[in-house]
Design a protein around this ligand. Structure first.
Ligand SMILES: Cc1cc2nc3c(=O)[nH]c(=O)nc-3n(C[C@H](O)[C@H](O)[C@H](O)COP(=O)(O)OP(=O)(O)OC[C@H]3O[C@@H](n4cnc5c(N)ncnc54)[C@H](O)[C@@H]3O)c2cc1C
Length: 383
């Protein structure tokens, strides 16, 4: 008889793991603390980036066992407003990203993955917040735990055409960017912050004002939302029976917070590790770790650019034939990036500590200490 694999969390990482395990005929149970998928989100648009690797995102999705049964719209143009207010229209030879919706609704990525999971035979238990797993294999896919970067924004209806617009200016988005994504009469506008979180409202209001001055757009029925992302490194397993995936493993693009591909990739790799008995650490090292280290090195470079640096960078981009190839180079490993990563890691040192990790030798899904004794049964707050 198959041993049941428990998946904690029904986000992209957990559901990708579940779908692949179920396709390999393993018994899979997903435990989700909410009564549906995607409730951390608000129907906001996000981008599945298409620049960090050579493969197209649609092929990537296929390669990790995911079909496209959700809104997944390619965007090949990006308008960038610099701190001085100058407007740059950047055209890409292939999609820069694929727009997806996050939340529990019909066309959302989360709902699409839920449908795929259910149709492959995955059982999902809702309203089941799991704190401990005392026995058996568990894929921990519980999302971020602390905030390394935050976003504050609105979702709204509009008559504006589909568009992707971004604003770089440390006065409205410290060490990050603000973004406006419009698709089919719906829009998401948010500002991201890599520091000074306590002033998020002031930054958001200034960003909104800047956006309204720069873009002629009607904003109907706005609803506020916020969120955060988390990145850190290792460990990715515990006691040979916990596999940490997605943001609960700290897998997040350190440069700009595009974590969805890493969530799905790590869910897929955890499933492969369980199915084939391969080392998850090694798979992560080969497929994820290097690129994430480079992204953290890039974060250090980006955070040093300042408003003048953004202006200069955009004047470089204006003259590029293939801006995607230029972006991809940022993610190439090099000796310089390895050195910069070591510096950046110290810089982000305090954030690499999992503050909720307070126990040793335990079955708690939050902790990573390993060597925990194997107990009996599985406990959750529902039981
Ligand atoms: C505002 C915002 C904008 C973003 N924009 C982008 C973007 O444009 N592109 C991009 O690639 N990424 C973006 N990201 C990041 C991306 O959303 C995440 O990297 C991705 O969702 C991580 O997936 P995950 O499966 O690891 O975690 P999540 O999506 O957070 O899913 C975790 C799930 O686990 C459940 N859970 C948590 N604890 C428990 C428990 N104890 N028991 C049971 N269930 C539990 C949660 O309810 C949740 O459903 C953005 C994030 C935010 C906040």
């Amino acid at each position: 008889m198959n041993e049941t694999v428990h998946i904690i969390g029904a986000g992209p990482a957990g559901l990708t793991a579940a779908i692949n395990l179920a396709k390999a005929n393993l018994d899979v149970v997903v435990h989700e603390q909410n009564n549906d998928v995607g409730l951390r989100f608000n129907g906001d648009f996000q981008g599945l980036e298409n620049w960090s690797t050579g493969d197209d995102t649609i092929d990537f999705l296929r390669s990790v066992g995911i079909s496209v049964n959700f809104l997944c719209q390619p965007y090949s143009e990006l308008t960038v407003f610099t701190p001085s207010g100058s407007r740059h229209l950047v055209k890409f030879p292939r999609p820069l990203f694929y727009l997806v919706e996050r939340g529990a609704t019909g066309a959302s990525l989360d709902n699409g993955l839920k449908q795929q999971a259910i149709s492959t035979g995955v059982k999902i238990i809702w309203n089941d917040k799991v704190e401990e797993v005392k026995q058996g294999k568990a894929v921990v896919a519980t999302g971020p735990k602390s905030a390394d970067a935050i976003a504050k924004g609105i979702v709204f209806s509009t008559s504006h055409n589909d568009a992707a617009i971004t604003f770089v200016d440390n006065r409205i988005a410290p060490k990050a960017y603000a973004y406006l994504l419009i698709n089919g009469g719906k829009a998401t506008f948010a500002t991201c912050l890599f520091e000074d979180f306590k002033n998020e409202r002031t930054y958001f209001e200034s960003a909104l004002e800047r956006m309204r001055k720069s873009v002629e757009i009607d904003i109907q029925e706005p609803k506020e939302f916020g969120g955060f992302v988390n990145f850190f490194f290792k460990p990715v397993t515990k006691g040979n029976r916990f596999w940490y995936v997605g943001e609960s493993a700290g897998f997040q693009d350190g440069l700009w917070g595009f974590g969805m591909r890493y969530a799905m990739m790590s869910g897929y790799l955890a499933a492969q590790s369980i199915i084939k008995g391969e080392s998850y650490e090694r798979l992560v090292e080969e497929r994820i770790e290097k690129i994430l280290e480079v992204s953290v090195a890039d974060r250090l470079i980006f955070s040093l650019l300042g408003n003048r640096g953004y202006e200069k960078a955009l004047s470089v981009v204006d003259n590029l034939e293939d801006p995607i190839a230029w972006l991809r180079k940022w993610y190439n490993p090099s000796t310089l990036k390895t050195v910069m990563f070591q510096v950046a890691k110290r810089w982000y040192h305090s954030r690499l500590i999992d503050k909720q990790c307070m126990h040793v030798d335990c079955d708690c899904v939050w902790c990573r200490h390993g060597n925990q004794p194997h107990g009996h049964g599985m406990e959750s707050t529902k039981n």
